[in-house]
Design a protein around this ligand. Structure first.
Ligand SMILES: [Zn+2]
Length: 365
């Protein structure tokens, strides 16, 4: 049937029902067994081999038999890939974690004669896209939901919450942590961010490949583009006063989803620019409010609190100063918060306009 020397197979593995597409292109010798191919797939997806699996090749099932799992006619450890005499464009299916229902389509792209069966060159992953979903996360549908949540507005709000409190603390005002409500909100935001972390793996990481052919990957032809977007506040003399980093963007291989900006990145950029701008505006304006409008005396600071202000570009967290009322003011007024009074309506006029506009367009059928 086939010649005795091992052949080199180039396989493309595509995870079904996941967007953006998660795929790997791998070269391996066909002297590998089915059991070894299972392990290669696990490494490439960053999975832990904690669940049952099965291959469907040429209409039959193969895999490693475990207690309580499906049993197979052949011992996966002794069936080499050469057994199947694969040809280009042939497809097989790999299923993993039957409850979650992960399916990977394995397509033979090329068959190259004379592969070295041992040594460091193969198996090697030569291309790929997107990190594999976390093992045990519940399958394509749950993964999509968790990913949407991890990249959505709620995440940006949590980052805002945590950032605003950390900024206050780093400015020397730790009183915010004494407020049980603020503290609770902070802790909840941090734990939500942690829970989202594993769904945020962007791009294709090489983490999974390390175990199979260390040393080859640097020549695998990946180039990275890294970009930082910063906002520079300019002082009166025209020089840079403060630099704020808004967002970092990393890009691996080009594919349609990775060309230009994603919606999430665009939101993070406009939201980040707005937060820096509004923060600077509020500081300047509040400084001017210190003087009593009636007698001009400087009013003393009683404390800070945070104002949440919604805009079309995200929710602003603003540090509002509470001032002691001036001696010249008529009692019973003891203190006042100029910013809170200015922003009595906690939604920007533009946001209210857009919401009204959308509401009027919505169908009531
Ligand atoms: Zn006064």
């Amino acid at each position: 049937m086939s010649d005795q020397r091992p052949r080199l197979l180039q396989l493309k593995m595509l995870l079904r029902d996941v967007h953006p597409a998660v795929w790997r292109r791998v070269r391996l010798a066909d002297c590998l067994s089915i059991a070894e191919l299972n392990w290669v797939i696990q490494l490439l997806m960053g999975w832990d081999d904690d669940h049952l699996h099965r291959f469907r090749i040429h209409g039959r099932e193969y895999g490693i038999t475990y207690v309580g799992g499906p049993s197979f006619a052949e011992d996966a450890a002794v069936v080499p890939l050469s057994w199947f005499g694969f040809r280009p464009t042939e497809r097989s299916l790999y299923e993993y974690d039957f409850t979650a229902g992960w399916q990977i389509e394995v397509r033979v792209e090329r068959v190259i004669l004379a592969a070295p069966c041992e040594g460091r060159r193969v198996p090697v992953c030569v291309a790929g896209r997107q990190a594999g979903p976390p093992d045990g996360c519940g399958g394509p549908q749950v993964y999509a939901e968790r990913r949407r949540d991890a990249l959505g507005w709620a995440m940006a709000d949590d980052v805002d919450t945590v950032g605003a409190i950390l900024r206050q603390v780093s400015d020397g005002d730790a009183t915010v942590l004494n407020d049980p409500e603020e503290r609770w909100e902070f802790e909840r935001a941090v734990s939500r961010l942690k829970a989202r972390e594993r769904f945020l793996a962007e791009g294709f990481t090489r983490r999974g490949q390390r175990g199979i052919a260390a040393g080859v990957h640097d020549s695998a032809g990946f180039s990275m583009i890294r970009m930082a977007i910063q906002v520079v506040l300019i002082d009166e003399a025209g020089g840079g006063r403060e630099v704020h980093e808004i967002v970092r963007i990393d890009r691996g291989q080009l594919c349609p989803e990775a060309l230009g900006l994603s919606l999430t990145e665009a939101k993070a950029i406009t939201g980040g620019i707005q937060q820096v701008l509004a923060g600077a505006q509020v500081i300047e304006w509040q400084e001017d409010q210190r003087a009593c409008p009636d007698c001009g005396r400087r009013r003393s600071l009683k404390g800070h609190h945070r104002i949440v202000y919604r805009t079309p570009f995200g929710t602003l967290r603003l540090d509002s100063e509470r001032l002691r009322a001036c001696r010249c003011a008529a009692p019973p007024r003891r203190s006042l918060s100029p910013l809170a009074e200015l922003l009595g309506e906690r939604n920007s006029p533009e946001l209210l306009y857009l919401e009204t506009k959308f509401a009027s367009l919505a169908s009531y059928v």
